[in-house]
Design a protein around this ligand. Sequence first.
Ligand code: B12
Ligand code: SF4
Ligand code: SF4
Length: 266
Amino acid sequence: MINEILSRYAPVYGYCPFEKLNNALIECRAKNRLPSDSKSIIVLLFPYYLGDDAYEGSDISKYAVVPDYHDTITAILNKASQELEEAYPDEEFVVFTDNSPIPEVKAAMYAGLGVRGLNGLFITEKFGSWVFIGEIVTTLALEYPDIKDNSINCIGCKKCVTACPTKAISEKGIITERCLSYITQKKGELTDEQINLIKSSGCAWGCDICQNICPMNKNCASQPIDAFLNGAEIKARTDSDISGRAYAWRGKKVIQRNLAILEEKR
Ligand code: B12
Ligand code: SF4
Ligand code: SF4
């Protein structure tokens, strides 16, 4: 029954035992929404890669080209959870994506859906790392794959480490403050070094360098979910309405500052 429901909402999904991550939860306000007797994390993956040709002339990273995934994925997860509530009236189902207490890369790993890359991202066989992760935390007990921590890493070629312009990738994970994706989202004044990094990346929002270089992303399928097929925009908006785009949450000033930095370059 549960598989029949979920397969209508995401091309890939799996089950992670909640107890595996109970001690690794991210401290955030959303933590209060977790059911008190959580047993499972239903992890769903949403591919967004549109094919290389689609990004020609783009000034933002691939994840920001499609309509804001927080809105689209939350809407999909809400529908799925409504169906699950009807099918299992005694159980609780709570949806999250990104703004989540669940370390999503780890949850996807323990659900047996792919591997963790040295670039910190979750990589699937079919879609590479071009997938967003969403989850439904539930009191329902499910069957889980037997995943051992050490058997889940990428091929370890280290091309991402060499290509990263800020040396943000270490064996222990990503150094957040160094990551260009973080820098493009930062409010206020940037240092000259940060400005130059944005200029040379040519990207006004996010960073895809460690994903573009990754051999595990070669030949991955371009089968984005329907919600991403319409409404893709390869250039950041310069007009007043930026709602529904991934860069909207930081407000207009940040994306406009970054676009001005790219403009200076020309
Ligand atoms: C904060 C955050 C960021 C920060 C910090 C990134 C980071 N990796 O820490 C910033 C702003 C930089 C960022 C950037 C991006 N993000 Co982000 N981000 C998150 C968020 C909200 C939380 C991540 C987190 O703090 N996890 C908790 C910490 C403790 O986990 P951790 O850093 O992995 O630390 C563990 C590891 O170090 C691990 N560890 C131990 N030993 C080793 C060894 C190795 C080799 C590694 C890799 C790890 C490791 O143990 C630590 C403790 O648990 C997640 C959503 C979520 N709720 O999970 C999205 C998320 C990870 N981001 C996502 C995306 C798409 C991006 C970008 C690609 C966007 C872009 N194009 O610019 C970039 C990629 C940058 C990168 N290479 O990671 C997606 C990734 C999807 C995927 N396929 O993996 C997520 C899952 C959101 C989503 N719902 O889809 N992000
Ligand atoms: S997103 Fe860019 S800056 Fe961040 S780790 Fe990857 S290559 Fe480095
Ligand atoms: S570039 Fe190589 S080391 Fe980095 S995530 Fe991809 S496979 Fe792993």
